[in-house]
Design a protein. Structure first.
Length: 127
């Protein structure tokens, strides 16, 4: 039985606003995460953090990101231009990118929206 995805009454920010995803976003990891959320909410989705009114470092200190060793950066505009829908979900600054399916083409298009992985500046120490 699926639940309703908790939406906030706001639109995602302008195209220039930075968004980050914790982890390296390997296709199989993204696929599994999206499958789990489909089971819960009947939509393929991936979680993102908006960097809104703070720095990337501050966003990386957040409870949903700090445990990850690497992050990927993008912008809301890059995701929109690639055709992905974005929703304000859960607690701010959390956002959801909606995936139309889990095909290799869709996952590659999502991956192309993000810069290469970088070390999480607030993450756990290496090793």
């Amino acid at each position: 039985m699926s639940r309703t995805l908790p939406l906030r009454p706001e639109h995602p920010p302008d195209d220039a606003t930075v968004v980050l995803r914790a982890g390296v976003m390997a296709a199989e990891v993204v696929r599994r995460a999206a499958e789990r959320t489909f089971d819960a909410y009947a939509v393929y989705r991936v979680s993102l953090e908006g960097v809104i009114g703070q720095t990337v470092l501050d966003a990386c200190r957040g409870e949903r990101v700090a445990a990850y060793r690497q992050i990927r950066l993008s912008t809301f505009g890059r995701l929109r231009r690639a055709g992905f829908a974005l929703l304000a979900t859960f607690g701010a600054p959390h956002f959801t990118v909606v995936l139309p399916d889990l095909s290799e083409v869709t996952l590659a298009r999502l991956d192309d929206c993000f810069d290469d992985p970088i070390v999480n500046p607030a993450g756990p120490p290496p090793g």
